[in-house]
Design a protein around this ligand. Structure first.
Ligand code: SF4
Ligand code: SF4
Length: 85
């Protein structure tokens, strides 16, 4: 089982991870079908990033789609043992 962790200090809010995940799930750019939702808050200078239970860890990919498309290296893969999953 795989999990994705987010580093808010590195995230720019570009939403590439959200779009990449939607392609994984639907085969098209469909942000609402993503396991990840990203929202930039320009006034506050912050980014909200959420991942939900629909994330399957992209088991067929050597590197999960969201991580592969995050050029800011804000996402990281955690391999969970059966005990932790
Ligand atoms: S692709 Fe990376 S930098 Fe862009 S919103 Fe996702 S986590 Fe943040
Ligand atoms: S690991 Fe795959 S399913 Fe999970 S958030 Fe990333 S792209 Fe989406």
């Amino acid at each position: 089982m795989r999990a994705i962790t987010w580093d808010g200090q590195r995230c720019y809010g570009c939403r590439s991870c959200q779009l990449a995940c939607s392609v994984h799930h639907s085969g098209s750019f469909w942000p609402e079908r993503s396991s990840i939702q990203v929202r930039r808050k320009p006034r506050a200078g912050t980014v909200e990033w959420r991942i939900d239970d629909s994330c399957d860890g992209c088991p067929q990919e050597a590197v999960p789609m969201c991580i592969a498309h995050c050029t800011y290296e804000a996402l990281h893969l955690v391999e969970l043992t059966d005990d932790a999953a």
